[in-house]
Design a protein. Structure first.
Length: 171
């Protein structure tokens, strides 16, 4: 106190400091927003919005042809790809961890739905025997893919050419 009285200087108050911080924060936020809008490309329109804009008032897509058919989904029986139902299971160890797996099967020729369901059940049974340590890291995931492909090859007797992972989540 004696020093302050002798020099005549006063320390800035808390209100002035908070005000300066608030002004600087607003300036930084506004500058970031401005730079983000200038540098970032405009968001691309989704495929559905592009199709909606290109569709005439009649409601039929010009690229769909005379029959008015839509673009087919990739996992159809006509393509030889069957999307299996999501597989959710506990791991063998630790048993409190769960795995969710979505797989698609690529068949040679026409797909067999009964065989696809048997493969689904086989993958579910196999996932219950896998431990967390076996699937950790990229090498573990590769081993899992190879094991599932081998099991599918044995079950399908070569009628399934590829096992495609759509999602793989461990929680």
């Amino acid at each position: 106190m004696a020093d302050e009285e002798q020099t005549g200087e006063k320390k800035p108050s808390l209100v002035v400091t908070l005000g300066a911080i608030a002004v600087l924060t607003l300036l930084a936020g506004g500058g970031g927003w401005l730079v983000g809008n200038v540098l970032a490309p405009p968001p691309a329109e989704s495929k559905a919005e592009e199709v909606a804009k290109a569709t005439p008032a009649g409601g039929k897509d010009a690229s769909a042809g005379e029959a008015g058919q839509e673009v087919p989904h990739i996992s159809t029986e006509a393509n030889g790809i069957v999307m299996l139902d999501p597989i959710t299971s506990n791991l063998a160890y630790p048993s409190d961890n769960r795995v969710r797996l979505e797989v698609a099967l690529m068949f040679k020729g026409t797909p067999d739905v009964i065989l696809a369901e048997e493969i689904h059940q086989d993958i579910l049974a196999y996932m219950r025997t896998v431990s967390l340590q076996q699937v950790q890291g990229p090498r573990g995931f590769q081993y899992l893919r190879e094991d599932l492909q081998e099991r599918v090859d044995l079950r399908s007797e070569g009628r399934v050419t590829n096992v495609m992972f759509r999602t793989f989540v461990i929680e």
